[in-house]
Ligand binder design. Structure first.
Ligand code: FE2
Length: 469
């Protein structure tokens, strides 16, 4: 019988050592590849909550403001846009607001609008920008002045600086099902809950109803108020926000979305509310539109090119891009749908050492390694993404829990660029600690509980471009 130990000059203990070394090396090589989570969610249909659900309750009182929500109103975080809807009459456009330590109520005047969508007419949608706020200050604000007045509060971000810690919630494709409610509740109950939310598109899924029943935009607004009235959410538009319905003569793209969810696009010289940028604490966030032309010389391309030149990593070390359709995705659903944008924008992301590209659209979760495919061109056919430490990590969290359900089918074998994937609903959190380190974690909805399914430290690409793997 062959005895592997019987090699002159090599003792059995040395063989054991070599064997262990080989195993360790094999495991470390394997760990460079991707993980497909073994967790399988109990399969059940995702059902929209009925119209009489408590989360859709209309606030009591004559002309009471409803669907109250806030977002950043300028480039740096010293302004907040307050939006709300009244239904009995237009009512007041005034917002009264005061800082926690002041009795002096300040006053801002907004505007009101209505829009029609087929046979639906919206309530009176109010938007009002509060300006010249102090950084890092809690403010109370009141809407519905003169009728039913309601009071809310928010905290402004700290002043911008390279080592200012800040935490973002990361949510996408939420909709208004029982699962959506679970995701939002888990986010709110997370001890590391964000100070603001980066939302990667597809809001209400009203377009799943006959004639895009816009009442479902109203229910979504009321459902979300418990979070969005108290902390800013940064909106990006998804395909379910296009509301293109030529069969009922509704061809004005993004009509409900843009009328209801204003963005501070002018502060970053964007001519479209669908793409814009904001700075917050130590982060520079660029919001892109997957459903707006992005080819060379289009307005979005020119804007992004100019915007990236403004980023100063000594001021805002963390460069984050959000969009709806993912550029890298190893599921069957929406595979390569982001390819048109990837071909044009990926070189920008690598040149500028973007830290993260967050996307939704896929109703599941996936995180990539740092990879790029910028070498590919139509002649060389060199189309396999390669590890690149100047590249962003691409994370998909279109797993909010909407009516369309989960995307379960994954492409096999798991490609090298995919680091972790799991078909579950959930939410994620990004905790920026300083200019070099950020702690990231994703939480699945598991049998009514939020379970931390993966977490990882990420290093800043400009200040500490070390391989996290
Ligand atoms: Fe989508």
């Amino acid at each position: 019988m062959y005895k592997m130990w019987a090699v002159p000059g090599i003792s059995s203990s040395s063989w054991s050592f070599l064997l262990v070394l080989c195993l360790v090396l094999k495991i470390s090589v394997l760990s460079r590849g991707g993980i497909t989570s073994s967790y399988v969610r109990k399969l059940q249909k995702s059902v929209d909550m009925p119209l009489d659900s408590d989360v859709f309750r209309v606030p009591p009182g004559y002309n009471a403001p409803q669907q109250v929500h806030i977002t950043q109103g300028d480039l740096v975080g010293k302004a907040v846009i307050v939006s709300w809807v009244t239904t009995d009459e237009p009512g007041s456009n005034t917002v009264l607001y005061w800082s926690e330590n002041s009795k002096l109520k300040l006053k801002a005047e907004g505007t009101v609008l209505r829009y029609k969508f087929y046979t639906y007419t919206s309530g009176y949608i109010h938007n009002c920008t509060l300006e010249n706020l102090k950084f890092n200050t809690k403010y109370y604000y009141q809407v519905g002045i003169g009728n039913t007045t309601r009071t809310f509060w928010f905290t402004t971000p700290p002043e911008i600086g390279p080592d200012v810690p800040y935490t973002f919630g990361l949510i996408g494709d939420l909709g208004q099902t029982y699962d959506s409610n679970m995701t939002l509740t888990h986010y709110e109950q997370n001890p590391a809950k964000g100070q603001a939310v980066l939302y990667v598109g597809d809001l209400s899924y009203a377009d799943k109803y006959p004639n895009h029943d816009n009442e479902r935009w109203d229910t979504w607004g009321r459902f979300m108020e418990r979070s969005v009235a108290y902390q800013p959410w940064f909106w990006s538009a998804g395909n379910h926000d296009i509301d293109f319905a030529p069969e009922i003569d509704e061809t004005d793209l993004f009509k409900p979305y843009t009328n209801r969810y204003p963005t501070p696009n002018q502060a970053s010289n964007s001519s479209s509310p669908l793409y814009y940028a904001i700075k917050r604490a130590s982060a520079y966030v660029i919001v892109l539109s997957s459903y707006t032309a992005c080819g060379k010389f289009t307005p979005q391309y020119i804007w992004l090119d100019n915007e990236l030149k403004k980023v100063n990593r000594s001021e805002t070390p963390w460069l984050i891009v959000i969009m709806h359709a993912p550029l890298y995705n190893s599921y069957e659903a929406h595979f390569m749908e982001g390819e048109t944008m990837r071909v044009v924008f990926e070189p920008f992301f690598v040149e500028n050492k973007v830290d993260f590209v967050f996307a939704g659209h896929l109703h599941a979760y996936e995180r990539s390694h740092r990879i790029s495919n910028i070498n590919y061109e139509i002649v060389n056919k060199d189309c396999t993404p390669v590890r690149n430490q100047s590249s962003p990590v691409y994370i998909i969290f279109g797993d909010g829990g909407n009516i369309e359900g989960l995307n379960l089918d994954m492409r096999e074998p798991q490609p090298d660029h995919s680091a972790f994937r799991e078909a579950s609903f959930g939410h994620a959190i990004l905790e920026i600690k300083n200019r070099t380190h950020a702690y990231y974690h994703w939480h699945r909805n598991q049998d009514g509980y939020a379970v931390k399914a993966e977490s990882k430290w990420f290093y800043n690409r400009y200040w500490h471009p070390v391989d996290e793997d």
